[in-house]
Design a protein around this ligand. Structure first.
Ligand code: NAD
Length: 485
């Protein structure tokens, strides 16, 4: 990768220079090396992509689903062949460890595999004789040109929550990756080039806010799939909705992990730390609050601190690294500022990861694992998505207090419970207000054949990414009532 390498858009089956006035540097968060420049594509670039996608629509829709999935089979094999290179690219632009990047790419490929089931997934319903001699059919048809707008923290996986289903359902697509991590999708689109899709079926447009606004306002684009922070998700949902588009918009999170006194000490500690510090806490499913119930405070506080202190922090490309950097220097400064804010609000900084020195990586955006103890449940830290390796500990007396705490937060992406008690687990599953629930699991990430749920301020819309929800989102139902002779 070269620092002066200006990335291209992929529109209508060819690589094109964006008509952008500006570009941003793409920087490796561990080394501060500039790897490329990403153009901030203009409305006319978006327009060219939308027109190309629209022109491809009629032919692609008529391509039988059984043929459409043949392209996905080829893509799956190419993704496997380039698995290691794509994983390394994710690590270099996003910072996470190679193990985490490989896990991410695996989840991306899982979605290609599930979308290959479209000849079954897309089927409708028929009922004969709704009244005597009259039959009724419900069929699913593609919605048209769809756009996918992705965040920085999963440059490989998140576009695949949507993209394979978009095209398998007979739609055409525009992908707008995060401007901070555009390199993985550049490589993925080099693979798309090799599967010989008809021109215009998939398009890649780089950019940031103005590019997104052009997508949200473009009259040709019918459906928007967004993943990012809550403030932007709300904005995208409102603006695209006002323009008459269907929208699914996933937002931020603050995920509590409740630990009961009977939980297994060793495994629960390991799983909770993996959840809090994996991907340097930059996961929408990062467990960022541990709520100890009763005696669990005594058992788990020191155990969690011990594991956090021992984690090996460094460049994700080094196989020994257990936690990489955060995405930008601004992000590092914000996280360190929030740690101070927690202390100002009365929390004890049990493990302080601010301003670490990582030999050989002095310019990287590193924050070591940090633990704040006795965090004020009503304070800013307990309720703000820090999106960094910071775990807050809160103590309550009963499971009911813990569930009340879960349900009083603004987000609803994930809530987890650690226990050996089945009745407590059922109560939690039943009452906790979150779209993804983990029982003795710290990152309750739905597999590709389940929807990636999310409630309250973590999701705006009704149908989520992945599997059947994606198929329903990317198709419109048509009902036909028939009488013959
Ligand atoms: P972000 O909201 O800053 O950016 C997401 C996308 O929106 C990017 O493509 C960006 O270019 C665009 N964008 C940014 N600001 C915009 C604006 N003002 N107007 C229009 N478009 C804008 O999010 P991020 O920092 O890239 O990603 C981290 C966030 O994403 C976290 O809040 C995390 O929880 C969330 N996230 C949620 C899920 C989920 O499934 N709920 C999954 C992954 C990440």
């Amino acid at each position: 990768m070269r620092a002066n390498n200006q990335l291209l858009n992929y529109i209508d089956g060819e690589w094109r220079t964006a008509s952008a006035a500006d570009a941003l540097e793409v920087v490796n968060p561990a080394t501060a090396e500039v790897m490329a420049r990403v153009p901030l594509s203009s409305a006319s670039d978006v327009d060219a992509a939308a027109r190309a996608a629209n022109a491809a629509l009629a032919g692609w829709r008529r391509t039988p689903p059984t043929e459409r999935v043949q392209y996905l089979f080829r893509l799956k094999h190419l993704l496997e062949d380039h698995f290691e290179d794509l994983s390394r690219t994710i690590t270099m632009e996003c910072g996470k460890t190679l193990v985490e990047s490989r896990g991410e790419m695996r989840r991306a490929i899982d979605n290609v595999e599930v979308a290959c089931g479209i000849p079954t997934l897309m089927q409708g319903d028929v009922l004969e004789d709704v009244t005597s001699g009259i039959d009724e059919l419900m069929i699913r048809q593609p919605v048209g040109v769809c756009a996918v707008i992705a965040p920085f923290n999963f440059p490989g996986m998140i576009p695949f929550w949507f993209l394979p289903y978009v095209i398998a359902c007979g739609n055409t697509c525009i992908v707008k990756p995060s401007e901070r991590v555009p390199l993985t999708m550049q490589k993925v689109f080099r693979l798309f080039e090799q599967i010989d899709l008809p021109r215009g079926v998939v398009n890649l447009v780089n950019g940031a806010k103005d590019t997104v606004d052009a997508i949200l306002d473009h009259p040709i684009i019918q459906a928007i799939s967004f993943v990012g922070s809550t403030a932007v998700a709300k904005y995208v949902y409102a603006r695209a909705g006002a323009n008459g588009k269907r929208v699914q918009a996933a937002g931020g999170a603050k995920n509590p992990m409740i630990v009961l006194p009977d939980a297994d000490r060793e495994s629960a500690t390991r799983i909770m730390c993996e959840s809090a510090f994996g991907c340097a806490g930059q996961r929408c499913l990062a467990g960022s609050l541990v709520v100890t119930v009763g005696d669990a405070r005594r058992t788990f506080t020191e155990a969690v601190a011990e594991v956090a202190t021992a984690l090996q922090v460094g460049d994700g490309l080094d196989e020994r690294t257990q936690m990489g950097p955060v995405i930008t220097p601004q992000s590092k400064a914000r996280i360190e500022g929030l740690i101070q804010k927690g202390a100002d609000e009365g929390a004890r900084v049990l493990v302080d990861g601010r301003h670490p020195v990582i030999p050989g990586y002095e310019h990287g955006n590193f924050v070591r694992p940090t633990i704040l103890q006795d965090v004020n449940p009503a304070g800013e830290i307990a309720n703000t998505e820090i999106f960094g390796p910071v775990l807050s500990l809160i103590h309550v007396s009963t499971i009911d207090d813990a569930i009340e705490l879960v349900n009083s937060g603004r987000y609803g992406n994930m809530a987890c419970l650690f226990t050996r008690d089945g009745a407590a687990a059922r109560k939690f599953r039943y009452e906790a207000q979150a779209g993804n629930i983990g029982i003795n699991i710290g990152v309750a990430a739905p597999m590709a054949f389940f929807p990636f749920s999310g409630w309250r301020d973590s999701f705006f819309g009704t149908l989520h990414g992945q599997a059947r929800h994606a198929v329903e989102f990317f198709t419109q139902t048509k009902v036909v009532v028939e009488r013959w002779g």
